[in-house]
Design a protein around this ligand. Structure first.
Ligand SMILES: [Zn+2]
Length: 347
């Protein structure tokens, strides 16, 4: 390959990544705006950025007859979400399978994941000049398909959870598609370029500064508090957290959501993993003896230097007196006490 060609490829990749991060910022910032102006068409107040609820409801209704998932329950599910959306981030849509290309296998977790290119990209707003949705344009997406053991109710519940937390540290979901050859329904989600947090820690750990690690921790803990506030608890591990950039982390699947139990150890496991790059008790076989050891207060070894304020937080987490063990909320406020706006590197 010519040198120039390689340089061009690098250039494309860079702009793509920046475009991706810009989009997230824009979506999150729009949450904070209070006045969205009025609709150009009906002059009523917009509910979200360029989002007039009654006008968009009409646009969606006009399209109801033009698509189908071939499952009336799923059709109705998508339609209800579209009719109730107050901003673009709250909608999902039916995405015909032929709008997806370059589908490549990624990994198998609770769901099987693929990477693909989506020709259209997600919806921003209705454009009256062209009488169509204004969209992001071609973008990378992550496809997650169900295995046979997952039923339709769980599939739809997972989408609801994803939507609830979009903009609150959950990865965006754009819609649903169906693989016609396998006859399986698939979630279409934002593609996190850096993959799972586990993957990031394996491959890019030396590139992470303490500040980077701190940012990841804070994002995760904020995500966790949001989930707990909704009365859900996530089985949390570095495999179901994904990174869009080196330090921008998202919760990627809610398949195992269960009622809240406080004082769980998982938060601390993830914390230690981010700080040290290896999972807790990495050097001890995971068996009954380990479980008993943890119960009796066996602490995971910390092999490397950790900045003092993070060390203090971790040590508090290892306190197994139930009343002294910090909750997620306390963890968050302790992390937030550190002034993360200062530009100095954490020492
Ligand atoms: Zn309007």
């Amino acid at each position: 390959m010519e040198v120039k060609e390689i340089e061009e490829m690098k250039g494309t990749r860079k702009t793509e990544e920046m475009k991706d991060i810009g989009e997230t910022k824009e979506l999150e910032e729009s949450e904070n705006l209070e006045d969205f102006g009025t609709c150009d068409e009906c002059y009523q107040n917009n509910f979200g950025l360029n989002w007039c609820h009654p006008c968009n409801v009409k646009q969606f209704q006009n399209e109801f007859g033009k698509w189908t998932s071939e499952d009336s329950e799923i059709d109705e599910f998508i339609q209800q979400i579209q009719l109730n959306a107050n901003k673009s981030q709250e909608i999902i849509e039916w995405i015909p399978f032929d709008k997806l290309k370059n589908i490549t296998y990624l990994a198998k977790g609770v769901l099987v994941a693929y990477k693909a290119r989506w020709r259209d990209g997600f919806i921003y707003y209705w454009n009256y000049e062209v009488e169509n949705w204004s969209r992001y344009g071609e973008q990378n997406v992550c496809l997650k398909s169900l295995d046979n053991s997952t039923n339709k109710f769980d599939f739809l519940q997972e989408i609801k959870n994803q939507l609830k937390f979009r903009g609150k540290n959950a990865i965006a979901i754009y819609g649903v598609t169906k693989n016609p050859t396998k006859n399986e329904y698939i979630m279409v989600m934002k593609y996190a370029g850096y993959g799972s947090l586990r993957n990031l820690l394996n491959n890019k750990f030396e590139k992470l500064t303490w500040k980077g690690k701190y940012n990841i921790l804070l994002e995760i803990v904020i995500g966790l508090t949001n989930i707990h506030e909704m009365g859900l608890h996530k089985d949390f591990h570095s495999g179901n957290i994904v990174n869009q950039s080196l330090t921008l982390s998202y919760i990627s699947d809610f398949g195992l959501c269960k009622p809240v139990t406080e004082n769980d150890l998982e938060n601390i496991y993830v914390m230690l993993e981010v700080l040290t790059s290896y999972p807790p008790y990495y050097n001890i076989p995971h068996n009954e003896n380990l479980a008993m050891g943890i119960f009796k207060g066996l602490k995971s070894e910390i092999k490397c230097e950790i900045p003092q304020f993070l060390k203090e937080i971790v040590e508090k987490c290892w306190n197994f007196e139930p009343l002294d063990h910090p909750t997620v909320k306390e963890l968050r406020s302790q992390l937030e006490k550190y002034d993360y706006n200062c530009n100095n590197e954490i020492k």
